[in-house]
Design a protein around this ligand. Sequence first.
Ligand SMILES: Cc1cc2nc3c(=O)[nH]c(=O)nc-3n(C[C@H](O)[C@H](O)[C@H](O)COP(=O)(O)OP(=O)(O)OC[C@H]3O[C@@H](n4cnc5c(N)ncnc54)[C@H](O)[C@@H]3O)c2cc1C
Length: 446
Amino acid sequence: MKTRSSNTWSNWAGNQTSNPLSIKKPRNEQEVVDIVKEAKKRGLKVKVVGSGHSFTGIAVTDEVLISLDEIVDIRDVDFENSTVRVGAGIKLCDLNPILQRSGLALPNLGDIVYQSISGAISTSTHGTGLEFKTIAEAVCGMRIVDGEGSVVECDTQQNSEILHAARVGLGALGVITEVTIQCVEAFNLHAVEEILPIGEVTNNFDHWSTTTDHIEFFWMPNTDKALLKRNTRTLEEPLRPRNKRHALKRRWNRFKNEEIKQNFLFGAMNHLGKIAPPLVPKLNSMVAGENGRAEYITTSYEVFASPRRVRFYEMEYAVPVESGIEAFQRVVQLIGDLDHYISFPVEYRVLGKDSIPMSTASDRDSAFIAVHVFRNTSFDKYFQGVEKIMADYDGRPHWGKLHFQNHETLSKIYPQWETFQNVRGLMDPLGIFSNPYLDKVLGPLP
Ligand SMILES: Cc1cc2nc3c(=O)[nH]c(=O)nc-3n(C[C@H](O)[C@H](O)[C@H](O)COP(=O)(O)OP(=O)(O)OC[C@H]3O[C@@H](n4cnc5c(N)ncnc54)[C@H](O)[C@@H]3O)c2cc1C
């Protein structure tokens, strides 16, 4: 008999909650093995949660929940090959400064670093840049506890077909306990951020994206403006502050931009827009008009990621890069036709293809279009409208962001679907790592 405990869990956005029978915090791989074997004996399902930053139910369980918050050690730094071996629960925000001190860095990052390394790779988390790839693509080795409780070691030499699939495993293949990452030499980014007319951005974006390392834009609905961010990799040193006063001023400017404008004021405007929706276009214009031009050079991970304190719900779709701008323009049209205002920006990024079966950029260079709404706001009509547009381009939803698809639709847009399912059958024949979200998007076990 299953006895229900008073454990509760919820994700960052607060739209997914659960009451696990038990929450386990193993301190090492052997304890993970014991938990999986015990769960199997009792007929229970197991789910690992990283930082709970997925918007979908991908990490939800009412049975055994595992947190790897105690398995976060740095096991080895191989300076010759620029690889690092880490405990699978480590958060990117803890890993980045450690790598920096060793003269290394992750090749690319998304716009936050709160995720665990395993959670980030498992959902195909990405940043931007046509010459760069998903975070998972940098993974060159893993240790995974499978559905039998056995430890599977995989890298490019042994069990390489498992590594191939498990880099974006959706949490469906087992408990990752260790990850080896191919890093690059630490680098700085020369960042240029500016507000431009959206027409200028969309007319030039495809060209700019082939000449800029990392490029993205945020369009503010009901305005004709977009924030364009262009980051160029450099070994040039960050400009040193001239004196203490200059250093303080810089710190204040950064705090003003990231904490006051992007978080505090933006949050306040969203609350206001919720109470008085007709104000939204005016508030959006204020947000778009508030930022000036900024140019600076600093450590890569500090440029890629920013704090995100205003909670929201998000959907993101990957489409072939050549159709990206057209798909974006249809989203603009859709927002104009909605019977309510949208108070969050639409984000546009690009990424190079990889060969990972369940990567959203699998086998095709991709444009990513992300739409957001303020937390506790209805999104069905907006997100369903966007999804309908994306279907015309064989759009692939981010595994960790909201969507309405199922395995019947998804299996048609992933050329290596069967490859993944075969590895899933091998690693988890009894479906011990399944949950309702995985049942929906991956379907029955092969
Ligand atoms: C504010 C915000 C900003 C974001 N920005 C970006 C962005 O820029 N780019 C982008 O692509 N995405 C972005 N995301 C989405 C986010 O990167 C993904 O949802 C990511 O999976 C979250 O990592 P996590 O550690 O919280 O994983 P969780 O959400 O906790 O889990 C995700 C999946 O990973 C599995 N998992 C976790 N650890 C293990 C393990 N050890 N073994 C096996 N499976 C495991 C879980 O079971 C689950 O299936 C953002 C999300 C938020 C909330």
